[in-house]
Design a protein around this ligand. Structure first.
Ligand code: PGA
Length: 257
């Protein structure tokens, strides 16, 4: 059993100075556990300062977004090559990127490749909308997002991949998905990874759940077989609750290191 992976997605919250204060508090609350890896995804503006302020053994960093080309005339964009060395992970295809900024699978595929090219582990986010679900199309949608996003990567690259299952209807709504349903989707995701990259990779790929995770419901996901961790939005902005949630990951069933 690998480490649990807990990713905090701060989204477009906290200024540089607020992020600094927050990290200071968080570092005081969060206990260190060898079996839990904690990753913070602040605003891109704060990555540098947060990086200087944090101990990499306690917190790793993730980019919330980036553009897939390495450099050039792309006003306002940040590339994976500029993030190289600063972050260890990057979210790709978060539902807010897909649905607010119209990112398509081909953008997402290019970003996954750009992340690998620059030594950054992509966290590919997939998930169905409420409409997809009502139409009974959730499985197909997730299937297509995985195929679309993972086009052209090698099995060697896929071994380190993280996939976050985040039903769009659960993100930021307070309606978290039932752990039993998440378990089924996670199984389907692993089956698909097996089909694409083989059995060994399907066991190694880390699969997370995200969508209205709170201190009250986190344990149910963490104890579910096949779920390697959580992607957390709202709750990650409460330093005390987030630190408690990290402890829950340490106490999760099957964690014995
Ligand atoms: P939420 O966000 O925890 O606020 O639902 C999750 C996410 O967007 O990753």
């Amino acid at each position: 059993m690998g480490k649990k992976l807990i990713i905090a997605n701060w989204k477009m919250n906290l200024s540089i100075s607020e992020a600094s204060l927050f990290i200071h508090r968080l570092a005081g609350f969060v206990e260190r556990h060898n079996d839990v890896e904690i990753v913070l995804a602040p605003t891109a503006l704060a990555l540098q300062s947060v990086s200087l302020q944090t101990d990499r053994h306690q917190f790793k960093l993730a980019a919330q977004n980036f553009y897939w080309r390495d450099q050039g005339p792309y006003t306002g964009e940040i590339s994976a090559s500029q993030l190289r060395g600063l972050v260890q992970y990057a979210l790709v295809g978060h539902s807010e990127r897909r649905h607010v900024f119209n990112e398509r699978d081909r953008d997402i595929k290019n970003k996954v490749q750009a992340a690998y090219r620059n030594g950054i582990t992509p966290v590919l986010c997939v998930g169905e909308t409420a409409t997809d679900r009502a139409l009974g199309e959730a499985g197909d949608v997730i299937h297509d997002q995985i195929i679309g996003g993972l086009n052209n990567i090698t099995s060697g690259e896929a071994e380190t991949l993280v996939i976050a299952y985040e039903p769009v209807w659960a993100v930021g709504t307070g309606n978290n998905a039932a752990p039993s349903e998440v378990a089924e989707v996670v199984k389907a995701i692993r089956r698909q990874v097996k089909h694409l990259f083989g059995a060994a990779v399907s066991k190694q790929v880390r699969v997370l759940y995200g969508g209205s995770v709170t201190l009250d419901n986190a344990q149910d996901y963490l104890d579910t077989e096949g779920i390697d961790g959580l992607l957390i939005g709202g709750t990650s902005l409460d330093a005390y609750a987030f630190a408690k949630l990290v402890n829950k990951a340490h106490e999760a069933k099957g964690n014995n290191s």
